[in-house]
Design a binder for this molecule. Structure first.
Ligand code: MBD
Ligand code: FE
Length: 284
């Protein structure tokens, strides 16, 4: 079938009606967005000769995506999250804003309400004994280059099985394991102890992975740690770091790796530095 009806007045009028553009009430912005999206989809059906079977398979797929709560997982997999960041980066570039730490995507696994700690936090509850000890510390700076006392550093990551607390299918993790909010000290410094996470993989039996399979793509992320950095009077930063050396650092299904977000890891074995940096002497 290759009939072309999309450009006809009948179909164009129909699209306007379906999007509510021909009636009062409702939300104009919603109408404009829905009109554009359904128009683009109608056009795709026509241009690609999408069959009824293919169309209904797509509808069934959306239901599966919802049933498994994976819309937020497919989104970065198809590059939408990265695209939104690219747009914000481009806007910043136009305004001459120089982001010292690049932004990158939030992902679907943040949970609000993590325990709040001041200056230092241990993120892991010690139950994941396969983990390699990790200490990370730094200072939050504002756009003016000055430290931001009391800045809020929200940090979250997964365990050595690639599972996040609240989303762990094994049910083995305590609530908020490997999730904390750290309030930076008077010099804007934060520090935490945890374990090095493993990479994340999409649920192998889920709809996101099923689509990625059809695209010939994997659904894995390199090991990473997420951050929200916020403070009064400052724009919130959403970012991550990647664990250097992970084979997928530059092959992330969610496209979140960026230059400047792969800090070097320093292995420390001497007990003096362990004591200086460990949980017993967080600010020594
Ligand atoms: C993750 O842990 C993640 O950070 C993203 C972006 C997508 C899926 C899982
Ligand atoms: Fe993640």
């Amino acid at each position: 079938m290759s009939v072309k009806i999309f450009e006809t007045q009948e179909v164009q009028d129909f699209l306007r009606t379906a999007a509510g553009l021909t009636n009062d009430g409702g939300n104009p912005r919603t109408k404009a967005i829905v009109h554009r999206i359904i128009s683009d989809l109608f056009k795709a059906v026509e241009d690609l000769d999408i069959t009824a079977d293919e169309y209904w398979a797509g509808i069934a797929y959306l239901n599966q995506l919802g049933a498994r709560s994976e819309a937020g997982l497919l989104s970065p997999g198809l590059g939408f999250d990265r695209f939104l960041d690219m747009r914000m980066d481009a806007e910043d570039a136009e305004l001459g804003v120089d982001n010292k730490t690049p932004r990158t995507i939030e992902g679907p696994l943040y949970v609000s309400g993590a325990p709040v700690e001041h200056g230092f936090a241990r993120l892991d509850d010690g139950s994941d004994t396969d983990g390699h000890l990790l200490i990370m510390h730094g200072t939050v700076f504002g756009a003016d280059g000055k430290p931001v006392p009391g800045a809020q550093v929200e940090v979250w990551h997964c365990n050595t099985k690639g599972f996040y607390s609240h989303f762990d299918p094994t049910g083995e993790q305590q609530a908020f394991n490997m999730r904390r909010t750290i309030i930076a000290d008077a010099q804007g410094r934060y520090k935490f102890q945890s374990i090095i996470p493993k990479g994340y993989g999409c649920p192998p039996d889920g709809p996101t992975q099923a689509l990625l399979n059809q695209l010939g793509r994997h659904g894995n992320r390199p090991a990473h740690i997420h951050f929200f950095i916020s403070a009064d009077g400052h724009r919130k930063l959403t970012t991550q770091i990647n664990i250097d050396g992970d084979p997928l650092v530059y092959d992330d299904f969610a496209y979140a790796t960026r230059e400047g977000l792969v800090p070097p890891l320093v292995e420390r074995n001497d007990s003096a530095s362990m004591q200086a940096h460990g949980v017993d002497a967080p600010f020594a």
